[in-house]
Design a binder for this molecule. Structure first.
Ligand SMILES: [Zn+2]
Length: 114
């Protein structure tokens, strides 16, 4: 079981790094876009939208970063609330998750991304 988990975590590290890389290129594109429309002085709606996109992407980057750190620390796949091992199904669905379904459902203001 542990060996299986270890292998799964390793796969996830690779996957998260891929996501991280595509996120980074997406981010720089968004940056260029924001810069472009700022130059043209177009309406604030567009700027607001790209800012929302950017902050969303940054938030996701932070989650991936935290997941990678927890993998390094050996705490990846463990619920930060109750300490239970997360199911592989859940990690498969949300690789950046840090809490189990039970604790997530108990939190009134759960992150909609999780
Ligand atoms: Zn939990």
């Amino acid at each position: 079981m542990l060996i299986e988990k270890r292998k799964y975590v390793q796969d996830n590290v690779d996957r998260l790094k891929d996501i991280l890389q595509s996120m980074e290129s997406e981010l720089s594109e968004t940056d260029r876009y924001s810069f472009h429309i700022a130059d043209e002085g177009s309406d604030s709606m567009d700027r607001e939208q790209s800012f929302m996109l950017l902050s969303r992407a940054l938030k996701y980057l932070n989650q991936i970063d935290a997941a990678l750190r927890s993998i390094e620390a050996g705490t990846y796949g463990i619920c930060k609330v109750c300490g239970t091992e997360l199911s592989l199904d859940r990690l498969e669905a949300v690789p950046t998750t840090t809490i189990c379904v039970k604790c997530k459902n108990m939190k009134p203001k759960a992150d909609p991304d999780e």
